[in-house]
Write a new protein. Sequence first.
Lengths: 660, 290
Amino acid sequence: MNLFNSIMKMELLTYRRNKLYYFTGIILLLYLLLGGYHFLREDYMEAGVMLQGSSYINMSAAMLGLFSGIMAGRRDKTAHFQEVLSSLPGDSVRPHAKICSWFIASAILTLLGYLDVLVLFKMADSEYLLFNKEILTYVIIYWGIPLFSCGVLGYFLESAISSNRLLIPVALLLWLIISPFNMILYPVLPERVLQLLNVGENDAQAYYDEYSGLHISGNYIKNALVFLLTSIALFISEVAYKKRDETGRRQKYTMLVVILLAMLFTCLLFNSMNWTEHAEDSIYYGALDNIPVKRSGNRGLLIESCNIKISFTENSCSYIAQEYISNIYDRRIPFTLYHGLEVISVKAEDKNIDFERKGDILYLTLPEGMEQSLITFEVRGSTGNLFPIYENAVYISSTFPWYPVPGEFVIAQKGFPYGDVEFKNLELEEPAKFHVKIEGNDQFYSNLEEVSKNEFQGLQKGVSLFKGMLISKNINGIEYIVPPDRVDDIISKMPEIQGKISYISEIIERPAKKVPEKIFVKPEYSSFHQYNYIFAQDHITASFSRYSTLNDIKGVFRSFYWNDIYREADNAHAYIFEIVLEYMEEPEKEYSYINIFATENRGDNSEFLQELSTEIIKLHKLNSEYLKELLRDMYGEIEKNPELPLSYWLDKIDELKEKG
Amino acid sequence: MDKLIIQSVDKSFGRIRALRQASLEISTGIFGLLGENGAGKTTLMRIIATVLKPDAGEITLGDIKWSRDSHKVRQILGYLPQEFGAFKNVTAEECLKYIAQLKGIRGSEECLLQTERVLKEVNLLEAKDRKVGGFSGGMRRRLGIAQALLNDPELIIVDEPTAGLDPAERIRFRNLLRQLGKNRIVILSTHIVEDIEATCQSLAVIKNGTSVQFSSQQELSAIAEGKVWTWKLSNADYNSLGKDVHVVSSKIHKEYVEARIIAGVKPGPEAEETEPTIEEGYLVWNMEQE
Ligand SMILES: Nc1ncnc2c1ncn2[C@@H]1O[C@H](COP(=O)(O)OP(=O)(O)OP(=O)(O)O)[C@@H](O)[C@H]1O
Ligand SMILES: [Mg+2]
């Protein structure tokens, strides 16, 4: 151990005296200053974007590592010191001591990088600082591990390749193979393998996805560990190979370590191969028939109470939900449950019962004569991509049937006129006593009240569960649950949103909706305005990125006056409300939909839309008040008869024109 | 003290057979290894220094067997390789302290003491805080000698230690060697016969990997008995000597040149037979091998 320490001390001394490391330190410092400049002054970069966009640091770390490793292997030889050293005690532990001291050197550089980032974020006054653990994980996975492992690999290469002329090209090739740019080798190696080899971001120009946050979930950690272990395994086997003359216990021991490492490595390899992907909702619902299915609703079926024990794993969840159901009208009753969630078993009062699954609908066959029953569902699966589960982020909404909702409903359908998937609001009609317990230690947020760590309860019409890089902030009595650096944006938009809500309420003569006191901000899913908000009884979810237009009147209408309730019928009417509202806000705007449709043929319903738009413009010219009247009347008519045909709009316009 | 016994050591590098059945018996004192370039001296020394493993043969010192106890050998060894250097950005003192620690000297106090002692022996004390990268060739060599002396090794192996040393340092070093040789085994390889003349009790000559041991310097010089001649010639005569005449050395005087010549028969009428030196013994031995 003394020998080991002495060797390590000497190795560290050579690092300390090596200008390369000071140079690296200075580069990091420069990065801080320049980064700070962009970050603070120019203000176009955000904390997460900056971190994720730092592939070049990852690549330079790999390069520095490789060459440091080669240098560490070479140092004794080039200094003509090796002869003496190899005649001294401690020669056999030297490689290990070298790697250990490289570990310390790279740990110091990594720490420096981490502090650098923290100072930078501090200078920029970013809330991202709150996620310093995540930042540390990121820095270790993407900077530290590549730096250290590449050092080990460099040492390995130096020892394994005797030809000087070959060593540098091989090192450079290796550097390319493990970098995000290894995709240029795509025809030679399969994509999965390349992904596994890549020690950086999957994509060098990776766009920062607030949705899932930094790429630090288990798969990424595994990937990095596999790389680390591989390089260590290579190193150990090389040292063992060089020592092959010395027989005896030591060699057997090393062989054992190598075999163990190799096994571990293979396990991890196969484990990290299954990167599950989310089912595309647009494909599933897009394939469904355009004509909406008729559903029977719940026919009075009621949840009195619902007790859920849930755990989340990588991209899926599994839970046991105990629902106390009353008003059972038949032996066979339907429930609505997102098709991605698989039902494993159903019990009524502790007895297994038969069930049948048809897409989003689950039919139970109950024992004879039950009017109410405690039904226990065992479920697992994934929730699709609008309400996704990631390893480090969960965004499931109370409007989404992630637990069995009694009755037969449509979850989503193709929208009008472009066929995008539109989700409906499936909150319960009557509040139920919910109690949700989440396994694990990750911080979750919910619309329900938190009674203890990750245990929520309350009398509500549904349950939203959020997890991710989120911060909870209470400002002026409103609770915001937001990604870092977002709260100011959303607060500044609130008055305008409230203004638009009142504006619409006056037109359609309905009470103005109040923005609830709990606002969840989830990163933007899609730029379609339909998803700007999800308006639930006690909270809203605002889907929001830096550039999204939360105050778009179309989105406000859709969320607060259309999807505020379950509407089974076609959403085509909603679309017309939206474009008329948009037109009324600014009739002269060239690029409003009405003005475009009036002049151009677009989409599947182009003829109808063209005629309607032309008529609306005419009506507006006649008297702008008529448009308000049109919207108010239509809103009322649709409430009475959701099946109203689209052509009714033209009839109504004619009616109004005749009046004038 | 025990003898260092080298028994039939073989070593090949690919096709090159660097050592063939080299066998030596070395007792306390200074032992010289003489041999032309590429003869196998360094190879033998590296094997003794445990840097290389022989293909066959064994080396023993008392109960220590090289094939089995290389770690024990390393503890009693001081080795100066033919080419010695240390990390450029490390000072002489740091370098020596490091080696002292590796040699198992406990305690920083003791390390410092020994470091100072060996630095004094090689006259480098003033330069102890200078980085090795800035040393001259001779200074680096002296540092190499210093490190070999750390921890009072029982066995010292020095490969061409005087190469690159100035005359004053060379003499200093020879004196140091003589001191060391009093109670330990010192193996010295060199091309410089003077080194051997000045220090060695016994010696061996290596040629093409084969070694021949001589118990004393006289035994080697005796080989040239009757074959060395001194001849005083005029400058003109000296310059017109044929290529077939083997001149070992010559002293240029004002009027004449005094040449020492190796020849089986009297090379000229004025030539006189003289006492051969070991260099001449070595040269004659070499010629006889061919
Ligand atoms: N590592 C090696 N790889 C290949 N051949 C080697 C190696 N070391 C020595 N040799 C060969 O072995 C033979 C003996 O070399 P060695 O260095 O022992 O000679 P030497 O007597 O020390 O010569 P010099 O007086 O020039 O130092 C030479 O032919 C040399 O080319
Ligand atoms: Mg040599």
